[in-house]
Design a protein. Structure first.
Lengths: 111, 539
């Protein structure tokens, strides 16, 4: 298992660089994770990450992409409520990159 | 995660065997060809032994003390318990009929992916430990000791089999290679050798009722969100009953249908259908998974995960169970459930409340496949369908391995498709029906770190799709399995990016003319329909 050093503390990661323990997450950790993905965090990026974290707090799973785009669309206007907007922010895929930065585990099963 | 080579590179497949004899060719754990090991949390939840952190490329797998004896005893138990295993170990004459039938062999060129040789990995140890000739003659009788390298070989190749059973169709003895793989995986579990992508869904399912780990409120909100989407497209407001006692029918489908793209569109199709015919049904937040990753783990886990179907049917007091578009779920239901968790005498032999058809084939399990149910509705002219709403698509059908080879479901999905789609083309005959090619990612191998092997294993399927794409312009591959919906999408993106994937009931949902609906300008994916008026003029 690999790790990432943030503020002098070693944070454990899984094989794909996701947080091993979601309890280790804070904004500083998020910035360090974003760096591993070459993502510069702007307000727009944080909006997505914060939505993911709120969703996870309520449902204990990352939302499906359709729920994410719908929520963004409702909040920021219809022109942003689509996967294109999310891919502009997270080019390697919102499900993987944004979830990783938000500290969420990957969903499993027939997905 | 490893980077998958580009298609042009992957398509260069050498069928030249290695120079060293097979027993002297050890496994190389190259990234992209193996799955991550089972996490301690999942093993603990399922009560599996030898919980630890380890990784397949590690030299030391941290096997328990006396691991050879554990496997020996486990093998002995299973040979006594399953007569089929004993027969399959003894009767192969190595005729080679299966050799080039496996999608992993076709996609890798690795001789150990010939089903005969994959089984031989286990048989060689069987001969050494359980046959007189093997005990005395050893190597000369094709026997060998179980060493760490042999165990590593088992792990590598028995997780390069998707239990699809295409090879079994061609075996003159009917050897069921899926059962051999199941046994090998069971033996590996005894010493804590397994993969996380199977164990975590199985553990989730054991805890929350489904593979994704959706809790009741998550499922409720997700389904409500899909109902909003249906209303946006059709103008029809639908509510899906959950945990409704006294409903006539319990509907169980893979959890991915309610929570993952493109399964969600199949889900919309189901509930549009139920609304269309006014079905008295309920879904359950407890029995909220059709699939059963226990089938890929061991018999005990499979039985436990399956038990909730009958238990929930009893609690809710329904008459019978309707099952959704899932693949391996139907192997469990059709071949094991009745004797494993039945008989379900508290249920009634299934009768369609709309047509009165008695599903004789399901009178024992009390569980009907949704394509049987829908095909019967169409046969009795109970559905108002406008297939022109799928005219923007040219469709083919991928027979999902288990519904086709484990239950012989060939005609029903095709009958439905012919009634809801105008542009339909079959793939070549050696790639459909009982000869169908696997998606390459079944039996819980649909994980990202295994991508190169998935794209190799799916190559024969992709090739057949490419043929109909080029010949007939097929741009939508329909199927009746949730793993397929997820994995074929990835496979198509890699090999034939112009083709998308859909469940059969998504196409039903598009075609259904609902009472009180608004004008439909898009399909369920909110993509524009073909110009229906124009097409009518052209006829």
């Amino acid at each position: 298992m690999s790790a990432i050093e943030v503020g002098g503390k070693n944070i454990a990661l899984d094989e794909d660089g996701f947080l091993a323990d979601i309890g280790d997450w804070n904004e500083e950790v998020a910035l360090a994770l974003a760096k591993t993905e070459n993502v510069d965090m702007t307000d727009a990026h944080w909006e997505v990450v914060n939505f993911l974290r709120d969703y996870y707090a309520e449902y204990k799973i990352a939302p499906m992409i359709r729920i994410l785009t719908k929520a963004i669309g409702k909040k920021l206007g219809k022109e942003k409520g689509n996967t294109k907007y999310l891919y502009e922010l997270y080019p390697a895929g919102p499900a993987k990159q944004a979830c990783k930065i938000a500290g969420l585990p990957k969903p499993t099963g027939c997905v | 995660m490893s980077k998958t080579p580009p298609p042009a590179e992957l398509a260069k497949i050498s069928h030249q065997p290695p120079e060293t004899p097979w027993m002297e060719t050890p496994v190389e754990f190259r990234p992209g060809t193996w799955c991550y090991s089972g996490k301690p949390k999942a093993l603990e939840a399922l009560g599996l032994p030898n919980v630890r952190e380890w990784s397949p490329p590690d030299e030391d797998w941290k096997l328990p003390e006396g691991w050879q004896k554990i496997i020996y005893e486990g093998f002995k138990d299973r040979l006594n318990k399953y007569r089929s295993l004993k027969i399959f170990m003894d009767i192969c004459v190595r005729c080679g009929a299966c050799a080039d039938k496996c999608h992993f062999f076709l996609g890798t060129g690795d001789p150990k992916n010939m089903p005969v040789l994959r089984a031989e990995l286990l048989r060689s140890v069987y001969r050494k430990d359980f046959t007189t000739a093997g005990k005395i003659l050893g190597h000369f009788a094709g026997a060998r000791e179980l060493t760490v390298d042999v165990l590593k070989e088992w792990f590598y190749y028995f997780y390069q089999c998707t239990e699809c059973r295409r090879c079994s169709v061609f075996c003159p003895y009917g050897i069921d290679t899926a059962e051999i793989t199941m046994m090998a995986r069971e033996l590996l579990h005894l010493v804590g050798v397994n993969i996380n992508w199977i164990l975590e869904p199985a553990s989730n399912c054991s805890r929350t009722g489904n593979h994704l780990g959706l809790q009741p409120h998550t499922l409720r909100d997700s389904i409500d969100s899909l109902c909003e989407d249906i209303e946006d497209v059709t103008g029809v407001h639908i509510e899906v009953p959950l945990n409704k006692k006294g409903a006539e029918i319990l509907f169980i489908t893979p959890s991915a249908d309610a929570f993952a793209d493109p399964g969600i569109y199949t889900f919309m199709g189901y509930i549009l259908l139920f609304e269309h015919i006014g079905l008295d049904y309920t879904m359950s937040t407890y029995a909220s998974e059709g699939g059963n990753f226990g089938l890929f783990t061991n018999q005990e886990t499979m039985k436990k995960l399956n038990a909730k179907m009958y238990a929930e049917a009893k609690r809710l007091g329904v008459k019978w169970i309707l099952g959704g578009e899932c693949g391996h779920m139907w192997r469990v239901i059709h071949q094991y459930m009745d004797t494993m968790n039945g008989p379900a005498d508290f249920l009634e032999a299934p009768v369609s409340p709309i047509t009165g058809t008695k599903f004789e084939n399901a009178k024992s399990t009390k569980m009907v496949h949704i394509t049987e149910f829908t095909a019967d509705l169409i046969q009795h002219n109970k559905l108002k369908l406008d297939p022109r709403r799928n005219d923007h698509r040219t469709v083919s059908f991928h027979d999902s391995c288990n519904p086709s080879r484990a239950m012989g479901l060939f005609e029903e999905p095709r009958y439905i498709l012919k009634n809801v789609v105008n542009n339909f083309h079959e793939m070549p005959e050696n790639a459909i029906r009982e000869q169908t090619f696997c998606c390459g990612s079944g039996t819980g191998l649909n994980t990202d770190e295994y991508m190169e092997m998935r794209m190799r294993g799916g190559f024969p399927r992709a090739n057949a799709v490419k043929y109909v794409h080029e010949k007939h312009g097929v741009d939508l591959l329909s199927c009746i399995c949730a793993i397929d919906r997820a994995t074929l999408s990835t496979l198509m993106q890699y090999w034939i990016p112009m083709v998308e994937v859909a469940g059969v009931h998504e196409l039903v949902g598009n075609a259904l003319v609902m009472e009180g609906e608004g004008e439909r300008t898009t399909d369920l994916r909110e993509e524009d329909l073909a110009d229906v008026e124009g097409e009518e003029d052209a006829v």
